[in-house]
Design a protein around this ligand. Structure first.
Ligand code: MG
Length: 368
């Protein structure tokens, strides 16, 4: 199966409610979709969100990286030689991890389709369903309490609550949510780099003293503040999860070896796709810690690729794959089923997405 061309699309999928973190506010998923074409007529699909505040990438930069660097370097290659193609994909340019991720997952999609099996089985997995959390955006406390209750009513048992904009007031924010949802619901807190190290220790310690039973705190300080991450991890008993601090396998080794975090959050858009994400799984296993798989604000294609990885690897014990649940429409037939808190894996070969249907939410950007 030979790579012969590509087509790029842009999505404009409205969200149920605006997505707000300490870094940004967004009201629609405006991502780039890539379809890689082959000589057998089979197409592989991938997706990249322009998350400039985290990866530095924009829609034009992702388009340029794929069209001008990545695809020319892999055109004509046989999909059976996936390792060799991945070498070219990661060797043709540095950074641009979301652009690489979109192409990487399209390649894995084709590789599994060629073998006639769902991707998670090709990756060695047998888990056919698992649970995800759902994000509660940063808003006034009453609104966050209401959003949490709505999520629980929809069947979600794990909430990932965004904080980091108001310092110590986040303690009463989480206390109000805990009071409303009760003790049975798992609460994860994500500060998205919103604190300073000593402030974070005060806040997390106050949450511990109030017995708020927080499962973990994600990325309390800026990605670059390695010493701050070490300081917090040492001074609180709540597990600290690194997100924006970890992109590459080398980042993961450095963080875990130096106890700058207890665990890491793997996102395909940070690693540059599944090929590198598998290395993060191996590193977490080596250090004997579980990991989370997360997503940016993404629609069903790339979140499905992440779901296949989660279903394949036992070391991924926490899933934050709520992107499709936040979208008002689903423009792609096929793939895993996102049924409230449960993600059910498909039996079709590859990632499972059947086709890209052009329409209100999807328009063509470029093709070869
Ligand atoms: Mg995060």
């Amino acid at each position: 199966m030979k790579i012969t061309g590509y087509k790029l699309y842009q999505t404009d999928i409205p969200l149920h409610t605006p997505f707000k973190t300490s870094l940004r506010e967004v009201d629609a998923v405006r991502d780039l979709i890539v379809a890689i074409e082959t000589d057998t007529g089979e197409r592989g699909f991938g997706e990249a969100p322009p998350t400039a505040v985290i990866t530095g990438e924009t829609l034009p930069s992702i388009t340029g990286a794929i069209r001008d660097f990545i695809l020319p370097s892999i055109l004509g290659m046989e999909i059976e030689g996936l390792d060799e193609i991945e070498r070219k994909l990661h060797g043709c340019m540095v950074k641009n991890t979301s652009a690489k991720a979109a192409v990487d997952m399209a390649l894995y999609d084709l590789y599994a389709k060629n073998l006639g099996k769902p991707l998670y089985q090709v990756l060695g997995g047998s888990k056919n369903a698992f649970e995800t959390d759902i994000t509660i955006s940063v808003n006034p406390v009453a609104e966050m309490v209401q959003d949490s209750l709505t999520a629980v009513a929809r069947g979600f048992r794990i909430l990932k609550v965004k904080v980091g904009r108001e310092g110590m007031r986040d303690v009463s924010r989480i206390a109000a949510i805990r009071e409303a949802v009760g003790k049975e619901i798992t609460i994860r807190v994500d500060a998205n780099q919103g604190y300073e190290a000593k402030e974070a220790v005060r806040i997390i310690t106050a949450m511990e003293d109030k017995d708020l039973s927080i499962e973990l705190v994600e990325q309390p300080v800026p990605a670059r503040d390695f010493q701050g991450m070490c300081y917090i991890t040492e001074h609180v008993s709540t597990p600290i999860l690194a997100d924006e601090s970890v992109f590459s396998p080398l980042d993961a080794v450095r963080l875990l070896e130096n106890r700058a975090a207890d665990m890491i959050n793997i996102k395909l858009m940070k690693t540059g796709g599944i090929h590198e994400a598998l290395k993060l799984c191996a590193i977490s296993e080596t250090y004997g810690v579980p990991c989370m798989i997360g997503c940016m604000l993404e629609s069903k294609i790339s979140v499905s690729a992440a779901a296949h990885l989660a279903a394949a690897k036992g070391v991924i014990t926490m899933a934050d794959l709520d992107g499709p649940s936040l979208c008002r429409t689903d423009p792609y037939p096929g793939g895993p089923l996102f049924e409230g808190s449960m993600i059910r894996m498909p039996s079709e070969a590859g990632i499972g997405i059947k086709d890209i249907v052009e329409g209100d939410c999807i328009s063509v950007l470029a093709s070869s």
